[in-house]
Design a protein around this ligand. Structure first.
Ligand code: 13P
Length: 260
């Protein structure tokens, strides 16, 4: 393996209180202490600071789920990068499909956030992914390449050291709003490999072969203890961004252990 695995737990708004978030974080941090792998959790903003305090001395890292591109100002309801840094975040998720498709974030906006994050020593997990209909129309590669080009505009080769890509096919994300009336399931190995190859190839074209070999690409979308091992054994899958199964140590830790 030329790249180190990286795992993230995206808690979305599934733990709406501080107390439940801190408890889950503690369980995961305790069990992670015996595993040698890079892992972060992204709690909801209301619990971020307290979770950060709880896991401070552990090897579990903290991530924000989103942030605004301006550091401060009259932006009702937004989260600042300084707030994320103060809570102890090393990473921020940007461009998650729920941000893009439910809250209307466009690549131009995501690109500004990417630059604000990188300019302020925050590492970025850039999320990309196509919907079911985009894939059915044969646009999987086009959509993902457009999101990469738009979100990473003017990002230098050096800055890429602080970027992880999360490929998350929207149709595989366990989200009933994004996938109304559809039976949601993870991508097959073939589907995941096809998409990860598209992402890797985009980096080859835009930054060259050696840079592309270093970029870590997580898979996200219904990753669970039962399918993680097979997905993670693929050459171009360098970890996972996990929603539902990251909420509890009982399901998150076995996923991390499946790389052994
Ligand atoms: P699920 O693992 O719940 O499908 O969520 C994936 C995801 O959106 C992680 O960012």
């Amino acid at each position: 393996m030329i790249r180190d695995y990286i795992f993230g737990g995206n808690w979305k708004l599934q733990y709406p209180t501080v107390e439940t978030s801190v408890k889950a974080a503690k369980d995961i941090a305790d069990q992670l202490s015996t595993i040698d792998v890079e892992a972060f959790i992204a709690p909801s903003p209301n619990a971020l600071y307290e979770v950060g305090r709880m896991i401070k001395e552990s090897n579990l890292k903290l991530a924000g789920q989103n942030m605004h591109f301006m550091q401060k100002g009259a932006f009702t309801g937004e989260v600042s990068i300084d707030g994320l840094l103060e809570a102890g975040c090393e990473y921020v998720l940007l461009g998650h499909s729920e941000r893009r498709r439910i809250f209307g974030e466009i690549d131009e906006m995501i690109n500004k956030k990417v630059h604000t994050a990188l300019d302020n020593d925050m590492k970025v997990v850039l999320c990309i992914g196509e919907t079911a209909s985009e894939r059915a129309n044969g646009d999987m590669a086009k959509v993902n390449m457009e999101q990469l080009s738009g979100s990473l505009k003017d990002v230098s080769e050096v800055q890429l050291n602080n970027i992880v890509i999360a490929y998350e096919p929207v149709w595989a994300i366990n989200n009933e709003y994004l996938n109304p009336g559809v039976k949601i399931k993870a991508a097959t190995i073939e589907e995941a490999n096809e998409s990860h190859a598209v992402v890797r190839e985009w980096f080859v074209k835009n930054y060259g072969q050696s840079v592309s070999e270093k970029i870590r690409i997580q898979y996200g979308g219904s990753m669970k203890p039962t399918n993680a091992k097979e997905l993670l054994s693929q050459r171009d899958i360098d970890g996972g961004l996990i929603g539902g199964a990251s909420l509890k140590a009982e399901t998150f830790i076995p996923i991390l252990n499946s790389i052994k």
